[in-house]
Design a protein around this ligand. Sequence first.
Ligand code: OAD
Length: 254
Amino acid sequence: MSYVIPDDLMGALSRARSVTVLTGAGVSAESGIPTFRDALTGLWSRYRAEDLATPQAFERDPQMVARWYDERRTMCMRCEPNAGHRALAQLQDHMRGLGRELVLVTQNVDRLHQRAGSEDVIELHGSIMTWRCTHCDHEQQELGEPFDSHPPRCGKCDGIRRPGVVWFGESLPDDALQSAHSASVHCDVFLSIGTSSQVYPAAGLMDTAAAQGARLLEVNVDRTAASDRCDWVLCGRSAQILPILLKRLMATGH
Ligand code: OAD
């Protein structure tokens, strides 16, 4: 299937000094990682988020919650970045080569953007590869086999460790939120890719961008709560559309 990329979108991207991209679970769907809210395959269709992704759930049953996140961690490690991740990394490289910038903000915790080569990725909801001690705050990157026991213990103080992701009801990391806000305030074009735009403050970044005059592009297989606010909506799979967008942009030399 060939996608028609609107000429005015190509014009806006080729003139943009700064592009900010917000990605959601849809970008990793084609790598085999379930999204949250897709009716049939979404994680939340089989689990109640409140039973797993809250501090109260971890307090209530640290073993079950840690095991569930450890299973997702090792599943993410087995998955590979897809053509959409790679296109975004190449687009950032292309723009940097021209003295322009592309800031990638993600809600995803799977680190696939980084594995595809994207740099300075802003992780609004943390990373499932980072596990933090609930007693001494010591953080460790965990890129190996499943933990021997759940929840894993801290190598420094033997305290209980939790996944370094943002749970419902928790604040986002200050530095990540500030950087994401700044990137939205300064961009000429804001791309919202593979997100249902239901979870704030991430979903509000596009409004921050629009408020200072940025043009908005949404790439999604469905329409979302944000579609009507966008200048362009490309309906389709990100792993298919993003490489086409990249190819068209590189062909313009901008
Ligand atoms: P959702 O599951 O809410 O939305 C995924 C979006 O991706 C939907 O709009 C799908 O239509 C779209 N989609 C699915 N496959 C796609 C594809 N191949 N190409 C393009 N789009 C596709 O996931 P998020 O919007 O990322 O928060 O959810 C936001 C946050 O809610 C998550 O970060 C998580 C969750 O609670 C925390 O864990 C704090």
